[in-house]
Write a protein that binds this ligand. Structure first.
Ligand code: IPE
Ligand code: IPE
Ligand code: MG
Length: 252
C-alpha cells in the first residue's frame, strides 16, 4: 500500500500530461540482493505494473517507458534473450489489467528487430488495447533517439527527392510528425532511476523542455509512492520556456 499523504500532495489541476521514464538499475538491484541480473528485470516488471496503474489512476495521459535501447542489443545474448522472453510473459500477464484499466499500448522503436515471438505478442496487445481511451502507455523498444532522427531525416529527404515535399515546408512541426512519437505530446517530466545522470539516447528532440528528475532508487524499488514524489517535485518548479520569471507570473 502506498503512502496516501504523498498522493494527496499532488495538485490534480497541474499534472504533467506526459511522463517519460528511463527505468534503470535492475541489474544493480539484483546484484545488491545476491540475485542474477534477469531477476532484477523480473522485479522491474512489477514496478512497471504498479507505476502504470498509479499513473492511470491519478489521470496522467501519456507514460513512455524506456524498456530496451538500440545499444542494449550489445548486451550478452542470455540477457537479451531473457528480456525478450520477459516482454512476452509480461504482455500475457498484464493485458487483462490493461483492458480493465482502459490503458492503450503503443510502441516506438525499431520493432522489426525484435524476435518473431516477441513481435507478434506485442502486435497482438497493441491491437487488443487500441480502442482504450485512458492512459496511453508507450513502450520504447529497440529504441534510440539517434535511430529515430536518422530515420526521420531519411524519410524527409526521400519525400523532397520525389517532389512530394518542398524544402520550405520543412519546419519543426514536420519534424515532429516524422518521428515515431508523432501525435504524442512532448514529455513534461523525465524521470531516471538508478542514480545515473544521463539521457542515454532517449527522446533527445522531444525532451527539449522537459523537467528532469533523477533518483538513486533502483527501478525495481521505484513504486507508486516514488512516482507521486517525482510529480510533487515537478509541481514545485517554474517552467519558463525561455521567458523571465516575471513574465510567467503575470501570465497566471
Ligand atoms: C535497466 O536496468 C533495464 C534495461 C536497460 C533493459 P539495467 O539492466 O541497465 O540495470 P543496471 O544499470 O545494470 O543496474
Ligand atoms: C538505458 O539504460 C536504457 C533503458 C533503461 C532501457 P542503460 O543501462 O542501458 O543506460 P547506460 O548504458 O547506463 O547509459
Ligand atoms: Mg543500466
Amino acid at each position: 500500500m502506498y503512502n496516501r499523504l504523498m498522493k494527496e500532495q499532488i495538485d490534480s489541476t497541474r499534472l504533467p500530461q506526459h511522463i517519460a521514464i528511463i527505468m534503470d538499475g535492475n541489474g544493480r538491484w539484483a546484484q545488491k540482493n545476491g540475485m542474477e541480473r534477469y531477476m532484477g528485470h523480473q522485479e522491474g516488471a512489477v514496478s512497471v505494473r504498479k507505476v502504470v496503474e498509479a499513473a492511470g489512476e491519478i489521470g496522467i495521459k501519456y507514460l513512455t517507458l524506456y524498456a530496451f535501447s538500440t545499444e542494449n542489443w550489445n548486451r550478452p545474448k542470455e540477457e537479451v534473450d531473457a528480456l525478450m522472453a520477459l516482454l512476452i510473459t509480461t504482455i500475457q500477464r498484464e493485458t487483462g489489467d490493461l483492458m480493465k484499466n482502459n490503458v492503450r499500448l503503443q510502441a516506438i522503436g525499431d520493432i522489426e528487430r525484435l524476435p518473431e515471438a516477441s513481435k507478434s505478442e506485442l502486435h497482438w496487445c497493441l491491437n487488443e488495447t487500441s480502442k482504450n481511451t485512458g492512459l496511453t502507455l508507450v513502450l520504447a523498444l529497440s529504441y534510440s533517439s539517434r535511430w529515430e532522427i536518422t530515420k526521420a531525416v531519411h524519410d524527409i529527404a526521400q519525400a523532397v527527392k520525389e517532389n512530394r515535399l518542398h524544402l520550405e515546408e520543412i519546419d519543426e512541426a514536420l519534424i515532429d510528425k516524422s518521428l515515431t512519437t508523432k501525435n504524442i505530446p512532448d514529455p513534461d517530466l523525465l524521470i531516471r532511476t538508478g542514480g545515473e545522470h544521463r539521457i542515454s539516447n532517449y527522446l533527445l528532440w522531444q525532451l527539449a523542455y522537459a523537467e528532469l528528475y533523477f533518483t538513486p532508487t533502483y527501478w525495481p524499488e521505484f513504486r507508486e509512492n516514488s512516482l507521486f514524489e517525482a510529480i510533487v517535485d515537478y509541481q514545485k518548479r517554474e517552467r519558463r520556456f525561455g521567458k523571465t520569471g516575471e513574465q510567467i507570473q503575470s501570465e497566471k
